[in-house]
Design a protein around this ligand. Sequence first.
Ligand code: PEP
Ligand code: MN
Length: 349
Amino acid sequence: MIVQMSKVSTKKDLDNIVSYLTNLGYGIKDASSDNVVLFGVLGDVNLLDIEQVKSFNGVLNVTRISSPYKLASKSLKHEPTIITLKNGVKIGGDDFVMMAGPCSVESEEQLDTIAKALSESGVRVLRGGVFKPRTSPYSFQGLGVEGLKLMRKIADKYNMAIITELMGVDEIDEFVKYADIIQVGARNMQNFTLLKEIGKTKLPVMLKRGFSNTIEEWLMSAEYIMAGGNESVILCERGIRTFEKYTRNTLDISAVLAVKELSHLPIIIDPSHAAGRWELIEKLSLASYAVGADGLIVEVHHEPEKAFSDGRQSLKPEKYDHMANELRKLSTVLGRDIKWKKFLLSVLV
Ligand code: PEP
Ligand code: MN
């Protein structure tokens, strides 16, 4: 529910209505802008008597938010959310962010080789899994906390931020020490215990869409994190499961447009897990840029044939560099139409 105060309302009017609602157990989210005093009422507002709220002095307008998510909705916040990482990289708004790195962190030598090449291609956010959600318990499970420390060391060497997947609440304390962005994997998108705990941290979170989840369910999961107090959420479309078997998953490119219509949160695309084959990554990335995504997260490995996981969909560093150049070219072509979206690399080279 959104409550708008009239221009002639006083501070006392606002305090009265806010304390009435908080006494009933509702949360309040200020959404005022320069000329308008506006706030959202959080909680089960179906039980609230709307006429009673309207009758308070100074209340101009009361409207129900039709979507089940509130904090993630555009009705409460129209301007795009922009998340700034410690190394200065911005996600959302005008910028297009490029995150890249191996599926799994395997060794110092492997990570250093890949990070060095990527930093030369302008990448400033290094991805890598250290706790791996593998379908088989016999597959490589990741290096754990040691891998996290290794990522920090290598990323610092190249002034990169790191994004890595958190699988369980037990590791949160270590993640807060070393990571810049917590990744919530597709399989954990509806792990509500995990989402609630992440909501208590201050770290930016990238929430991947579950492979069988609707856009509304995805935004509800974002709402879980935001309701805990952490509003730095980045959405990531990584392909959904359909009847089609040609690709590993089906990249739902229209999810970008849907999210842009419904939410102020940034949305990036993971073409690697969507396609499952490296040959398709460059073109899907160009399509992601063209449709208005806020960035990409791409798997890169210098020896894909030897990768511990997802080698088939990993680009070699030189192929990544080629793709980055193609994106740069596209950004100059599309510049006039989507001028609000600067291609990050173009300002670095
Ligand atoms: C990953 O990014 O390494 C990963 C496991 O992705 P997803 O959760 O999308 O399958
Ligand atoms: Mn992977």
